[in-house]
Design a protein around this ligand. Sequence first.
Ligand code: CP
Ligand code: NVA
Length: 328
Amino acid sequence: MAVKTKAKVSKKTTTKSLSVSSLLSISQLTFQDVDLILRTAAEFKMSRDRGKVNQPLKGKVMAAVFEKSSTRTRVSFETAMYQLGGTMLYLAGRDLQLGRGETIADTAQVLSRYVDSIIIRTDTHRKVVEMARYAGVPVVNALTDYAHPCQALADLFTLKERFGKLKGLRLAYVGDGNNVARSLIFGAAKAGIELALASPPGYEIDKHTIELSEKDRRKSGGEIYITQDPGRAVGRADAVYTDVWISMGHEKEQAERVRIFKKYQVNTKLMAQAAPQAVFMHCLPAHRGQEVRDEVIDGSRSIVLDQAENRLHVQKAILALLMGKRKK
Ligand code: CP
Ligand code: NVA
């Protein structure tokens, strides 16, 4: 979808850089970093919509290590690299020696002798931290059990595009206190969003995440409200967000989770408790009939496809900003 944006196209975009050399979690970014990523993404989106060729990463190569399934992240990163003038190498974890026990440290150091950046989707966050520690090139977290920063940054971009601002927006997240919820908390705290989360007992977001976001939240003027009641979280929200009840790696808990999360489904009745113009958000893939009903995700208030599209523009910004500078 072509959405009009008022941002000016600046030739300086890719000469600016982030305070970090790798993107592992939004909690490690500064307010300026988040702002720069969102503004740069708007510029990339506008130049794409105008049919302009913008290739700051000409000749650059990125390795994409995937130890979990992906549709959006894989395709949007590969498209982003191609459109920025570079190339992405898709590396399925099981096909690498990594899958046979080679260490992350050795893999990181070897890949860094060939490529200009590495993205990694894996199970434990520790692996991404280790990859960044040993790599001589920027590393981007393409999802771990702990965080999904590229998703949440695209979600902030989508909200800003829809509402024209982030500060003071009311966002309700209903469901599992998982990687997506955690990155939304970190993002909301940077952006001054009033975030309410409703999760069943035992599936709430951890205290450490709340503590870690506290300083940013106070500085930005955001709010965070935790409840077990989906109706309370959604009350007067501008946007209602949910994610799967069974994240990758939790498949064995399926029956138990479906039973526990039953009351946390986003349906027409729950959406009716939000603001009249509230939008529906989901990072996708969705499990229709579980966390969301067809009439909501396919309804006129759903912006899930904008979120998916904006992954492309936001990741272009992340790559251009990170790869435009030397790591060490
Ligand atoms: N939202 C998201 O990351 O989707 P994929 O798992 O398809 O990459
Ligand atoms: N929470 C989900 C997000 C998928 C994009 C998972 O980790 O599987």
